[in-house]
Ligand binder design. Structure first.
Ligand SMILES: [Zn+2]
Length: 341
């Protein structure tokens, strides 16, 4: 298996974010990517360099206004005297209609959905490289590879067409799915991060050519709180093409496996030409975000269940934070998936 990676993704290095009223250290650190790279190598993957893609691929998913904001926010923000060197909103438009303001502080509130997505001087360069990493892996699979792993950082599944959230800026999983649509009539996304893939759900909510399925900790008690419920099943022509499978917070391997098997059955019925797995490893029992109780072996069991679909697959890295077994968890998933694919 090829593991697509670019070290330029490490340039994004925010120092802090707001969690439950406290300003805390930023868990989505460059160190994560170094550990994940070790995990990919441990699974026997060959590292493959990210290549640059044209902007049109990004614009197929994200709005022009949002992309311009991400590319220029830090520079505009830094002109204000006394501004902290990380763009962070302090006001948000909740009701619509609302007017898109000129001032960068207003725009920060428009595009940064929560307080976990600071924009630093190097954020845009890293985020764009993360998107290109997903596109490179999708290109490999469209070109005939059975499976490719995109070591994307920052992650992407909480990002909307027009908004960042949950440490995510551009939706790498959605970009990979959209790229695969050029080759395959139907594409399925299976998100097994402990958090619901709300950005991906939103992006494909009214479409029937991309089935979105997410298994995650119950949002009634866990981020992203407002999205990830069973009654969110799509709209318009997309009705019936979004499936949410919430599991209780702190669920173990057995519960996760049961939920993933249910998801796999729905995907088999849809019969997609290709699959994108939004791979979060944060359902592990030792993950600092504490949403799951899975073991390292549990990830191998999930991989085996999903690989049974036998579809060309892009595996996109989503969450999974620093623990002593982060590399082992990735190796457990990738090694088993490749053997079963
Ligand atoms: Zn997550």
């Amino acid at each position: 298996m090829k593991a697509v990676f670019s070290a330029l993704q490490l340039q994004h290095n925010p120092t802090r974010f707001l969690a439950r009223g406290a300003i805390v250290d930023y868990p989505e650190s460059p160190e994560r990517a170094r550990i994940l790279l070790k995990g990919a190598r441990k699974a026997g993957a060959q590292v493959h360099a990210t290549r640059s893609f044209e902007d049109e691929h990004i614009a197929a998913i994200h709005t022009g206004r949002y992309l311009k904001f991400l590319a220029t926010a830090f520079r505009k923000w830094s002109r204000a005297k006394g501004a902290f060197p990380e763009v962070m909103p302090s006001v948000r438009p909740v009701e619509r209609p609302a007017h898109y303001p000129r001032d960068i502080a207003g725009r920060a509130g428009w595009h940064l959905m929560d307080f976990s997505c600071p924009v630093t001087e190097k954020t845009w360069a890293a985020v764009r490289m993360s998107a290109d990493t997903a596109l490179t892996a999708a290109e490999l699979v469209a070109g005939g590879e059975t499976v490719a792993y995109a070591l994307c950082r920052p992650p992407g599944h909480h990002a909307y067409a027009d908004r960042a959230g949950g440490f995510c800026y551009l939706n790498n999983t959605a970009l990979a799915a959209e790229y695969l649509r050029r080759t395959y009539q139907r594409v399925a996304v299976l998100d097994i991060d402990v958090h619901h893939g709300n950005g991906t759900q939103s992006i494909f909510y009214a479409r029937d050519d991309v089935l979105t399925v997410s298994v995650h900790a119950d949002p009634a008690k866990f981020y992203p709180f407002y999205y990830g419920y069973e009654n969110q099943f799509g709209s318009g022509t997309g009705k019936g093409f979004n499936l949410n499978v919430p599991v209780p917070v702190k669920s173990d391997d057995e519960v996760w496996l049961g939920a993933v098997q249910h998801a796999v059955e729905a995907i088999a019925e849809y019969d997609p030409g290709a699959l994108v797995i939004a791979l979060g490893l944060d359902a592990h029992e030792s993950d600092p975000l504490k949403g799951g109780a899975m073991t390292t072996d549990g990830f191998a069991r999930l991989a085996r269940a999903i690989a049974a679909l036998k579809r060309p697959t892009v595996i996109v890295q989503e969450g999974g934070y620093q623990t002593e077994v982060l590399a082992e968890n990735l190796a457990s998933f990738l090694g088993t998936y490749e053997a079963g694919a």
